[in-house]
Design a protein around this ligand. Structure first.
Ligand SMILES: [Zn+2]
Length: 212
C-alpha cells in the first residue's frame, strides 16, 4: 500500500503484508507496532500450554477428555477463547486506525497492488502474517474511507514488475533475490531499500484501474 502527498515524495506510506510500516520525510522507516498485542500473545501461549498440560494429565490417567473434564479445564478453555477474541478485536481496531491515518494525511491518490490472494494464502508463513494483520479488512476499510473522502484509489496489476523494474531508469532486474533487503539497479546503479523501491515503482505505474 503506497500513498503520496501532492508534493511528490513529501511523504510516503507503505504498508506491506507482513508489517505495517511507513516512511517519513527523511526516508526513515517506522513500523506501526501495537504494544498490546505482544503481551496478549504471550499470555495466550501460556494459557494454551497450561491447557494442553491438563489434557495430557487426563490422558495419563487413562481418562477421555471429552467425558471427564473438570471445571478447571473448562475455565482454561474459556480463558483461551477470551484471549483469542480480544486479540482479534485489537487487530481490527488497529488496521482501522492505520487506514484512517493514511486518509488523514490527504494523499492525492493511493496505490494498491492486486495481490495473488490464493497463492499467498497457500504459503503458510505469509498466510499467518496476513491473517494477523487483517490484511483484507485493511484494504477494504481503506478503499471505503477513500471513497468517502473522494480520494482516488489505483489498483495496479499483480503482474506489474514493481520490485524488478528500476524506478529511476526502467531497467529490468533479472536475478532479483527476494531475501535481499537492498535493491541495486544493474543499469544505472540506483540503490534503494527494496520495499521503498517497490513502492516508488508503484507510484509511477501508469497502467492501473481506479477503484473509487
Ligand atoms: Zn536503474
Amino acid at each position: 500500500m503506497k500513498h503520496y502527498k501532492p508534493k511528490e515524495f513529501a511523504e510516503m506510506l507503505h504498508v506491506s503484508v507482513k508489517t505495517l510500516q511507513r516512511w517519513d520525510n527523511e526516508g526513515v522507516l517506522k513500523a506501526y507496532r501495537n504494544p498490546k498485542v505482544r503481551k496478549l500473545k504471550k499470555k495466550l501461549k501460556r494459557e494454551q500450554r497450561s491447557l494442553s498440560r491438563k489434557y495430557e494429565n487426563l490422558k495419563k490417567r487413562g481418562e477421555k477428555p471429552a467425558t471427564k473434564r473438570g471445571a478447571n479445564i473448562d475455565k482454561n478453555i474459556f480463558r483461551v477463547q477470551k484471549l483469542h477474541a480480544r486479540l482479534a478485536n485489537i487487530r481490527l481496531e488497529y488496521v482501522k486506525f492505520v487506514a484512517n491515518e493514511v486518509v488523514r494525511t490527504k494523499p492525492r491518490y493511493v496505490v494498491i497492488e492486486n495481490l495473488n490472494v490464493k497463492g499467498m494464502m497457500k504459503n503458510r508463513h505469509l498466510s499467518k502474517a496476513m491473517a494477523e494483520q487483517c490484511f483484507y479488512t485493511f484494504q477494504t476499510w481503506l478503499i471505503h474511507k477513500c471513497k468517502k473522502y473522494g480520494m482516488e484509489v489505483r489498483q495496479v496489476s499483480r503482474f506489474y514488475p514493481s520490485s524488478k523494474m528500476c524506478s529511476r531508469c526502467g531497467h529490468m532486474k533479472k536475478d532479483l533475490q527476494l531475501s535481499d533487503p537492498i535493491y541495486v539497479c544493474d543499469g544505472c546503479g540506483h540503490t534503494m531499500d527494496r520495499d521503498l523501491h517497490a513502492a516508488t515503482s508503484l507510484l509511477r505505474a501508469t497502467d492501473y484501474i481506479v477503484l473509487t
